[in-house]
Write a protein that binds this ligand. Structure first.
Ligand code: GDP
Ligand code: MG
Length: 162
């Protein structure tokens, strides 16, 4: 059985961009506006020597109503199914209330959770990412999903046998 990695986080942090990079497809919808990927989307990924199933989700924004609730449910199911959860935040946007709400949920899970700060391209990554340590999920892994920076190192850490 291949390990299952779920990508969660509020809309627009770059989950689908990372999904596409990991699966090398353009299947997952990537958009400039939040909330387009409404359902969980599965892809088989082979990245360097790593093979796994990756699950893209529509995103949780911490204050769900209507369609937002369905999207959140998808994310919660994806978390349950996963062996590893990559919780993405946006290093450009900085920490948001939604990030804090999601972190509160994730800290209660008996899962292997990795906090991932995306969009570090063109930023002073260390100083931009420092505030995310307040989410109390340990190390902040820095990546740029659209460029591929940090992705191999992240997988190396996230998929190393426990
Ligand atoms: P999702 O809603 O979490 O699935 O986010 P998307 O993957 O749709 O990305 C939202 C926006 O962020 C798009 O405009 C992407 O091009 C942009 N984006 C994603 N990853 C990066 C990155 O590493 N660097 C930069 N600068 N932009 C990114
Ligand atoms: Mg998406």
């Amino acid at each position: 059985m291949l390990p299952v990695i779920a990508l969660v986080g509020r809309p627009n942090v770059g989950k689908s961009t990372l999904f596409n990079r990991l699966t090398r497809t353009r299947d997952a919808l990537v958009a400039d506006f939040p909330g387009l990927t409404r359902d969980r989307k599965y892809g088989q990924a082979k990245y360097d020597e790593y093979e796994f199933i990756v699950v893209d989700t529509g995103g949780i924004d911490g204050s769900e109503e209507g369609i937002e609730t369905e999207m959140a449910d998808q994310s919660l199911l994806a978390i349950e199914e996963a062996d590893v959860v990559l919780f993405l935040v946006d290093a450009r946007a900085g920490m948001t209330v939604a990030d804090q709400a999601i972190a509160n949920h994730l800290r209660k899970q008996e899962k292997s959770i990795f906090l991932v700060a995306n969009k570090i391209d063109g930023l002073d990554a260390d100083s931009s990412c420092a505030e995310f340590y307040q989410l109390a999920l340990g190390e902040v892994h820095q990546i740029a999903a659209s460029h591929g920076r940090g992705v191999t190192q992240l997988l190396e850490t996230a998929l190393q046998p426990v």
